[in-house]
Design a binder for this molecule. Structure first.
Ligand code: HPA
Ligand code: ZN
Length: 332
């Protein structure tokens, strides 16, 4: 069996995926036409040429622009169905997807439109392919805590369908501590918490995510390796890292896959997972992320199996389901 086949056979959970980042150019043009929203790019090819990022912000500018054609419930449904089809192809059996309500509500699209479109697709994905899922609502950290508070209030009628809140967008200059109060209220309302930290930001932001936001997972977290004390704590607590290797290369967190620190994190005993982040923009879904990382870092079957098992351990599934899937990883 080739390594590619082995990766395909491994059941996998995806824990770091922005649904707006699965927007393939072809679908973006189709929905743009349908909704009469003009793009500044004339063709799919011209748009793809703009996918030449040098850091997180240069990506975010294009990502928010692309999301601008999403207006109706059907658009969010189509976007999510297209992603779930990729999950099915890559043997991703469980996914916990981020959505950014503020990207849409700030354009006049209602919270319910966004939520209902994604939810309908997730329910259909479960019925059609057996893919289980959770929704995680992210606050945009370049906006104020007050704006996040407003979004949390809007989410309350939907809280049974949203398992956690997260924090994304421009990291540097917007530390986790800026959102301490809104995360505290979210926890009181029953939401779990996660946060992007240590992608471009310093290890200090990872400390804050742990101590002030009380996160259950660190999204990215690769810069934690610069701080030995922090690493010791993360390993001891088996705090999951949702690492996104192709994203990190595209946004120049590392120059090339061979330089990525995922294997070092794993060797230190960290609960490392592999995820696709914004696959339409970064060159691939889960299969591609696993294959490219395995190639660049020379990962063994046992390391790959461990990473897949970690994805279930780190998920928000029930303990029973976690064990069931981890056993199935052992049999792959
Ligand atoms: N980092 C921060 N914000 C994001 C990302 C990311 O990788 N993707 C989409 N929003
Ligand atoms: Zn992300």
């Amino acid at each position: 069996m080739t390594q590619r086949d082995f990766i395909q056979r491994l059941p996998k959970a995806e824990l770091h995926l922005h649904i707006e980042g699965t927007f393939e150019p072809e679908l973006m043009f189709e929905i743009g036409r349908r909704n009469n929203v003009k793009s500044r790019f004339a063709t799919v090819e011209a748009l793809k040429e703009a996918y030449n990022f040098h850091n997180l912000q240069s990506f975010l500018d294009i990502y928010y622009e692309g999301a601008g054609v999403l207006l109706h419930e059907r658009d969010f449904y189509d976007l999510t169905m297209a992603y779930l089809e990729r999950c099915h192809e890559d043997n991703v059996v469980h996914t916990e997807i981020f959505f950014d309500p503020q990207t849409h509500t700030d354009r006049g699209v209602s919270f319910a439109t966004v939520y209902n479109g994604i939810r309908r697709a997730l329910d259909e994905g479960k019925a059609k392919w057996g893919i289980t899922s959770h929704m995680i609502m992210c606050f945009l950290r370049h906006l104020s805590e007050e704006a996040a508070e407003k979004t949390l209030t809007e989410a309350l009628p939907f809280k049974n369908g949203i398992i956690a809140v997260g924090l994304d967008s421009s990291e540097v200059g917007h530390p986790p501590k800026k959102f301490k109060n809104v995360f505290e209220r979210a926890r009181k309302e029953g939401f779990l918490t996660v946060a992007h930290a240590g992608e471009e930001g310093p290890p200090e932001y990872v400390w804050e995510a742990l101590d002030l936001l009380k996160v259950k997972r660190i999204d990215h977290g690769v810069r934690a390796l610069e701080d030995d004390k922090l690493m010791a704590r993360l390993v001891k607590e088996r705090m999951p890292f949702t690492v996104c290797p192709l994203s990190n290369i595209k946004l120049r967190v590392f120059d090339k896959m061979e330089d990525h620190n995922l294997k070092k994190l794993l060797a230190q005993g960290a609960c490392v997972t592999i995820n696709s982040d914004d696959p339409a923009y970064f060159g691939g879904y889960m299969g591609a992320n696993f294959n490219e990382t395995a190639r660049g870092l020379n990962l063994s079957e046992s390391e790959l199996r461990q990473i897949a098992k970690n994805s279930f351990e780190a998920s928000f599934m029930t303990p029973f389901e976690k064990i069931r899937w981890m056993n199935l990883c052992d049999q792959a």
